[in-house]
Design a binder for this molecule. Structure first.
Ligand code: ADP
Length: 358
């Protein structure tokens, strides 16, 4: 058992509902094991600027159901520099922080591995609404963001039916189309437009015309923000114009943007955030570090951070020279299989949207 006195915890990158539930779980579990907790305010900026708030179990009371993050979040460029990291290490030394739990996305994990390599053992927990971390089936916040998105689309759908309109909805997700994909399926949208699958614009327009002729009144198309025109502008807005012109269905456009990053975390996000937070503390106390806590096939499991980061580049076709050198053929094969599995699942759901909206 590693003899830690104090674990530091931070939330970094885009906030997500459920981050608070995770901060609470880490704090309570650590104290239950006799370890203190330092809340780092404002992500890696808080480490650099010595903005630390020691957390007692009572200080995290009544946050399990709250959106946002009580520790605040930040994007900190200085942390990516060696002098910035040295300042972060100095803050850890000053406060007796022996280990870190960092909640965020892949950028946050890169920072976490830098800290481990400089002597502060770190565990990453995936917290982002986008569900865009390849190594895990699930990231904290995804279910809440989808639920909020679906509720808002349902509202639009009501008025689309009343007025025989179409609504094109743009949703967040950066370069990952999963929020758009699953909410389209769950709200009865006619199509999802996502970065992972080439969009058949003429085919969709033809299908909408047929459906209109068959008596369908309300139409919703969900577009991921990551889909851009060749000029780099949002494809969602352009598609709304094309649909209006080609189908003659009155078409409105809505961008949900940051609204779906807030709000109460769903039951699933609270549960998974709690399980991941508890496991992070368990792993650190067992002497492990440089891991990301993942959910794979409904189980919460640790995955090596470097494997997770390179799997992500593999899946997103962003591998750099030498990235695979540190991995065995079996590990590279596992990355390939993971990428194929994710792509197959996306295509399966994509096809289901089309099949159930005829
Ligand atoms: P996310 O964690 O959601 O991917 P970012 O990419 O904005 O969000 O990363 C969050 C923070 O993590 C950054 O502001 C920075 O402080 C740190 N970070 C990002 N990339 C790196 C990197 N390559 N090395 C060290 N720290 C990084």
């Amino acid at each position: 058992m590693a003899a830690f006195r104090k674990i530091g915890i931070l939330t970094s990158g885009g906030d997500a509902p459920g981050m608070n539930a995770c901060v609470r779980a880490v704090t309570r579990k650590a104290h239950a094991e006799g370890v203190e907790v330092a809340g780092i305010i404002g992500g890696y900026s808080g480490l650099i600027n010595d903005n630390i708030l020691d957390l007692t179990p009572r200080m995290v009371s009544d946050i399990i159901a709250r959106g946002g993050t009580m520790l605040y979040s930040d994007r900190c460029l200085e942390f990516k520099t060696e002098p910035g990291m040295q300042k972060a290490i100095a803050t850890c030394k000053k406060h007796g922080i022996d280990a870190l739990v960092v909640i965020g996305g892949d950028g946050t994990f890169r920072g976490g591995t830098d800290m481990t390599n400089r002597g502060v053992p770190t565990i990453g927990i995936p917290g982002t609404i986008d569900n865009d971390i390849t190594a895990t089936d699930y990231t904290i916040g995804f279910d809440s963001a989808m639920t909020t998105t679906a509720n808002m689309i349902d509202c639009l759908r009501d008025t689309c039916e009343s007025h025989a309109r179409c609504n094109v909805v743009e949703v967040m997700g950066r370069d990952c189309g999963q929020i758009a994909l699953y909410t389209a399926l769950a709200t009865g949208a006619v199509a999802a437009v996502i970065p992972e699958v080439p969009f058949d614009e003429p085919g969709t327009i033809a299908r909408m015309k047929q459906l209109k002729a068959a008596g369908k009144r309300g139409f919703v198309v969900v577009v991921s923000e990551g889909v851009r025109t060749p000029e780099g502008t949002p494809y969602s807005e352009k598609l709304a114009e094309v649909i209006a012109k080609e189908t003659l269905i009155e078409t409105k456009f809505a961008r949900f943007a940051h609204v779906v990053r807030g709000g109460k975390p769903s039951l699933q996000d609270r549960l998974i955030a709690t399980e991941m937070g508890v496991m992070a503390v368990d792993l650190l106390l067992a002497g492990q570090s440089n891991k990301v806590i993942c959910r794979l096939d409904s189980k919460i499991v640790p995955v090596d951070i470097n494997f997770a980061l390179i799997s992500d580049r593999y899946y997103k076709n962003k591998l750099k020279e030498g990235d695979l050198d540190a991995f065995t053929p079996d590990q590279v094969n596992a990355m390939k299989e993971r990428a194929e599995k994710l792509n197959a699942e996306i295509r399966r759901v994509y096809q289901m949207i089309e099949d159930t909206s005829k």
